[in-house]
Write a new protein. Structure first.
Length: 123
């Protein structure tokens, strides 16, 4: 208790210094909050990007299997989506509506690319 009493301000200058220190600390903490929030958002995005790379790999493998099934286009796409959903569930990747829409768009773009390549080979 005696050590604490030695640091406790006894003059007006001491009180002003203590208040300035406290205000500075509070200001520093308040300034860190947006930085911490941005860091958390960035980390979440990095995790999503890594997951997206895994999802694309699963989609490509599923598309190869679906193509071998000789079913029509919609059925093949459904096979791919179901296979990716199962793979994500197994890996613990949460699929939300945005990721499902991105997956659907990705599969459509691959199908379009494949069809263009097939047409150019036939010419």
């Amino acid at each position: 208790m005696m050590v604490f009493a030695n640091f406790w301000p006894t003059t007006v200058e001491g009180w002003v210094g203590l208040i300035s220190l406290i205000v500075g600390l509070v200001g520093a903490i308040v300034a860190l909050v947006p930085t911490i929030i941005k860091l958390v958002k960035t980390l979440k995005q990095v995790i999503k990007d890594k997951n997206w790379a895994k999802i694309m790999k699963m989609a490509l493998a599923a598309m190869k299997q679906a193509e071998a099934s000789h079913k029509d286009g919609k059925e093949k796409k459904q096979i791919v989506v179901e296979a990716v959903k199962a793979g994500c569930e197994e890996l613990g990747i949460e699929l939300d509506e945005k990721l499902l829409q991105d997956l659907s768009d990705y599969v459509d773009s691959l199908i379009h690319w494949h069809n263009e390549m097939s047409e150019s080979e036939g010419e």
